[in-house]
Unconditional design. Structure first.
Length: 605
């Protein structure tokens, strides 16, 4: 059995060489790269890196949208014994400099001239960097300047001609299973990112364990669109398909995701919670415009679907008319979304509300939760399609261990647990204890059947002025269950009571305003409309009725724009940066805490 990435690739090329590995849309049609071509190009990239003097155990940084070139460069770096380090495309030139310098990259890859410019702007602060390879288009004449050389993709691959295959074989043979083969720089909500060291064993074992467990194989189809600098997408796009010889399609852009989904019709689809929430919002907005009879039919089907979904989880029979609802509603919805062939719909990377999970469950689309982190090579738990629980993150990976510390912190141990943080023994010691347990920083519970449920982040716990520990993510999940609320951040650390900042779903505002009897037709209108705000306040008060008094949201403010990656409020995997939100909306937050506490969920400007 293969224990090294280069062994996995060689086995798959030998077994599935003529089959499609990668598909990229160009000129209106999908162009195919076979496994043989993929393997050959990865080896060419590795030999070209050897020609450029890449040493074993040194970094190679990459920035760009998901593409065949990204994969070839990444896998080529691994074959050459280097440590590829992905950089989020939204990162600034300064952040690009930090990662490139920290991993001691001599060679970097960038997909466009605009991304190349980030390296050029910081070249004087990266003394080790010598070459930037522009993966698409032709580099501008003299693009680098000074000692920094910028070269095109084809010119880079051509360097391989000067390096014998035997040299690459020797480099690969010298590698060991415990060698670091990938660096994942955590996006982080504060401070500089830490470099998670992932070994060959981590990658090969994780992919090799998950695939047979989930019954995935060479016939499967995935759509790559989440950032490749994130471990989840690397497992889904690089190492999972490599282990099973399946095909990966590359989405043209996040804006064209819906269109590409309908074209590709993947058998496995993973969406971060924000993706599922946006699909839900679009469907709800479209449903609000449906004729009355259609609305009644869909409402009946969803009630039947929800009952059927929970019956399935309990091992009971589904409602008698479930097949009818499936045929006339669920199958059509799946087909429209491009999920008609999808056997596994997955969510991970951030908390998702039960409301969203139940929305899809009611349409016959169970969205299975996976819990994990970069430090355990992606998944720490998984939800088998024949054994899942809505609102729970699944069970421990076969062959791994999962436990709760005395304070409820989730701990993991196994071959998927990382080697440590590059050049950071202090953080490594804080994350990995002497017995090899990875301390996640998340708080959770494990039920009698072994299902994990996340209740909060240790660091995100709010401690009110009264000394109460509050889990904000639980409350934020409730708030996001209000149809018009797009995002929510609960405030209250060292405060007398809890408040919230909410953003609105622009596609839902008009419908919700009509329900409220409000003249508002846009997010800006709604944010300042007294009638609309009173309508929203009533819905928050309804949530408050089900909560303990210390958990209730006393006041809220509507932020008339969404939290975004570009705006700085979200990490590239769409987790809220609480520190940034607290600082950026300091004025709005202070307005929620006047000298005298108001009654109910009072709406503040």
């Amino acid at each position: 059995m293969a224990t090294m990435v280069h062994e996995v690739l060689a086995e798959t090329v030998a077994k599935h060489g003529d089959r499609a590995a990668l598909r990229v849309k160009s000129g209106g049609s999908w162009k195919t790269t076979t496994w043989s071509s993929y393997g050959r190009d990865a080896r060419r990239a590795a030999r070209a890196l050897l020609k450029l003097g890449i040493e074993p155990g040194k970094g190679v940084s990459l920035i760009g949208q998901n593409s065949a070139e990204w994969l070839i460069a990444d896998v080529g770096a691994i074959l050459a014994g280097a440590m590829p380090a992905g950089i989020y495309t939204t990162n600034s030139a300064e952040q690009v400099r930090y990662i490139t310098d920290h991993c001691e990259a001599k060679v970097s890859f960038a997909d466009t001239a605009a991304q190349v410019a980030k390296f050029v702007a910081e070249k004087d602060h990266m003394p080790r960097l010598e070459v930037v390879v522009q993966m698409t288009g032709k580099p501008a004449e003299g693009a680098g300047g000074g000692k920094l050389r910028v070269m095109g993709w084809e010119d880079f691959l051509a360097l391989a001609e000067d390096v014998p295959e035997a040299d690459l074989e020797a480099r690969m043979k010298a590698q060991k299973p415990d060698d670091v083969c990938t660096l994942i720089y955590t996006s982080g909500t504060t401070g500089e990112p830490k470099a998670v060291m992932i070994t060959h064993t981590n990658i090969v074992w994780t992919a090799g364990t998950l695939l047979p467990t989930l019954k995935l194989g060479p016939e499967d189809i995935t759509l790559s669109y989440l950032p490749l600098s994130h471990i989840a997408e690397q497992v889904l796009t690089i190492h999972g398909p490599m282990a099973m010889g399946s095909v990966v399609y590359f989405a043209e852009s996040i804006e064209k995701l819906g269109e590409n989904l309908a074209e590709v019709r993947p058998t496995l689809f993973m969406g971060v919670p924000r993706v599922w929430e946006k699909i839900q919002a679009k469907m709800q907005a479209a449903g609000a415009k449906a004729p009355p009879m259609r609305k009644k039919l869909v409402a009946w089907a969803r009630k039947t679907g929800l009952a059927g979904g929970y019956a399935e989880q309990r091992g009971e029979k589904k409602p008698l008319l479930f097949p009818v609802a499936k045929k006339i509603v669920f199958d059509k919805v799946r087909e429209r979304l491009g999920l008609d062939r999808t056997r596994l719909c997955v969510t991970s990377a951030a908390p998702i509300s039960r409301t969203t999970l139940e929305f899809f469950l009611a349409l016959g689309i169970p969205v299975l939760e996976v819990y994990g982190m970069s430090e355990c090579t992606g998944p720490g738990t998984y939800s088998p399609p024949e054994r899942y629980r809505t609102g729970k993150c699944g069970i421990c990976l076969p062959g791994a261990e999962l436990k709760l510390a005395e304070d409820g912190e989730i701990c993991m141990r196994g071959k998927h647990v990382f080697k440590g943080y590059l050049k950071d023994p202090e953080s490594t010691a804080a994350a990995l204890d002497a017995e090899g347990w990875l301390h996640s920083g998340d708080i959770g519970t494990i039920d009698a059947e072994g299902f994990l449920q996340i209740t909060d982040r240790k660091k995100d716990l709010l401690i009110t002025a009264g000394g109460e520990n509050i889990a904000p993510q639980v409350l934020e999940g409730h708030l996001k269950g209000i149809p018009v609320v797009a995002q929510a951040v609960v405030i209250g650390d060292r405060r007398k009571y809890l408040s919230a900042l909410v953003t609105l779903d622009p596609e839902r505002v008009k419908t919700e305003a009509e329900l409220a009897g409000s003249p508002a037709r846009s997010v800006d209108d709604a944010a300042t409309c007294t009638v609309f705000r009173r309508h929203l306040e009533k819905q928050i008060d309804t949530i408050n009725e089900k909560l303990a008094r210390v958990q209730t949201i006393k006041r809220f403010a509507i932020i008339p724009r969404e939290f975004t990656i570009e705006g700085g409020e979200l990490t590239p995997t769409m987790k809220v940066k609480r520190k940034v939100v607290n600082e950026k909306y300091k004025v709005e937050i202070e307005a929620l805490y006047p000298s005298e506490e108001g009654e109910g969920a009072s709406a503040q400007a």
